[in-house]
Design a protein around this ligand. Structure first.
Ligand code: CA
Length: 227
């Protein structure tokens, strides 16, 4: 499987290329928008990892040109943390997923595998659903049993992560790196507090309880098995 990385930060690009090669992928790296587009069109990869801010041509233009040329390979966008609107734009424009910088390599690899497993573009849902809990990625709305639930941006990010990784126990470190940032102080109980608030909103007054604490491991969102 071939992956094209379009990323202008040399450190990030080299790091991703090396990691993906070690994971068994064949990898091309372009450091400008036009170079990325050229490679995407002339040696089409199975997946493109596309940074948004690029010299010459930004990630949106690259994606638009790739799609206009009829290519449907999945695209994983890399966005900065304050580019929330860009994520929506990306999904609307036919990106398959996005990853917020900074991210861990393990997280990137997991996304890459999920996207490749899911197959060709056009299948990315714009909403996530677990039992009667629904999260609308485009409108940034959450409801349970048809009742609207108001969440803060952090709570929304937390819930989105839990729902995307439904059934997986997510360690605090992964939650911190995905929803907070690299400089997150792991000695604080910020995650516990946010999780408690999220559970109060999502699970209280509803059956069954979807968010579970796995002691010493982390958190998981799943529909409990009927007994
Ligand atoms: Ca960049």
């Amino acid at each position: 499987m071939k992956i094209l990385i379009v990323e202008d930060e040399p450190k990030t690009g080299d790091y991703l290329r090396q990691g993906l090669r070690e994971a068994g992928f064949s990898v091309d790296l372009a450091t400008t928008g036009p170079d990325g587009l050229h490679l995407a069109l002339h040696t089409p990869p199975d997946l493109i990892i596309l940074d948004v801010m690029l010299p010459g041509m930004d990630g949106w233009q690259v994606l638009r040109s790739v799609r206009a040329a009829g290519h449907t390979m999945p695209v994983l966008f890399l966005t900065a943390r304050d580019e929330v609107h860009d994520r929506v734009k990306g999904l609307e424009m036919g990106a398959d997923d996005y990853l917020v910088k900074p991210f861990s390599f393990a997280e990137l690899l997991a996304r890459v595998r999920t996207i490749l497993r899911r197959g060709r573009s056009g299948t990315e849902p714009t909403s996530l659903q677990v039992a009667d809990l629904e999260l609308d990625l485009l409108r940034r709305r959450v409801s349970r049993a048809g009742k609207r639930i108001d969440l803060t941006a952090k709570e929304f990010g937390l819930l989105e992560l839990l729902m995307r990784r439904q059934g997986e126990v997510l360690p605090r470190s992964l939650i911190a790196s995905q929803v907070w940032d690299m400089n997150f102080d792991s000695d604080t109980n910020v995650i516990e507090v946010a999780m408690r608030r999220l559970r109060a909103k999502v699970d209280e007054g509803f059956e069954p309880r979807l968010i579970q604490t796995v002691r010493g491991m982390g958190y998981v969102l799943e529909t409990p098995q009927a007994t």
